[in-house]
Design a protein around this ligand. Sequence first.
Ligand code: SF4
Length: 335
Amino acid sequence: MQTFQIHHPKTTSEAIHIAEASPACRFLAGGTTLVDLMKLDVEQPQQIVDISRLPLALVEQNADGGLTIGAMVRNSDLANHPLVLQYYPVLSQALLSGASPQLRNMATTGGNLLQRTRCVYFRDTAAICNKRNPGSGCAAISGFNRNLAILGTSDHCIASNPSDMNVALTALEATIHVQGNAESRIIPIADFYTLPGNTPHRETVLEAGELITHVKLAAPLPGTRSIYLKLRDRASFEFALVSAAVALVVNGNHINYARVALGGVGCRPWRSPEAEAVLTGAAPSSDTFMRAATAATREAIPRSGNGFKIELVKRCLIQALRSLTSSPSLFARSD
Ligand code: SF4
């Protein structure tokens, strides 16, 4: 690990001011990604701004029935918050499916949004990797890519976003609130992550020095049911091979509202407007679900070791849809 200077600002403004003054600076929240990568010399910040003591750790219900989640809210606290359990079960399930209890006790909402890929070459400084070292090449395209993406990839990078929380937040259409020295911004999560293209080292639209302060969720529509289904090699402490976050409102024999996001398959948490278009207005049936799953994967590009994900994510989405429409009593509702 390289040596660095650490700062302990008392205010958000102070933290941003320090970060903007130093391009080789990182914010430290729970440390569950950053410290790992610093030990591997993948991250070599010269300045660390410790934001763990900033007043950003509250979950609050908004006047309109939505939720404001501070960037420093720990994953465990968020997953078990009564309002999240009641109104956003998909988020609670996603959080509890990730990592281990110890890591969830440390990891934060803001940090999880910025979780880095688990591509093995990204974490190995002896390997070529365009994300870590722009222009060096991509070892994964012809190498070990079983856990990497099939949607949104480029010839320069096929890394998948590893977070479970981010998939649920995408289905919930969260907004990311960030603060810089000059201005504050509200960024819909659909616009927050960039695709790799020929600049895979850039992963979000955040500018240098901008700090995520909180995340907002809209009030769920009455009758919303939601679920997060994750498929992986072992039952705990494992990243998703594929996952599906789904929120539905079903009235009578019609799906009135559908939001679908997929995990483990995209270079970013993968919202599927194609699946949503198939589902909205249709009757919940095996045929509808199969057509939605097919639409969601139509643009998939398999690589040497991850072609199985196309079928697996289709089955994952279909099972999530079946669960929501066949056993409503099993899932929390917002009405
Ligand atoms: Fe690096 Fe992306 Fe290629 Fe992995 S997939 S080696 S992160 S460029």
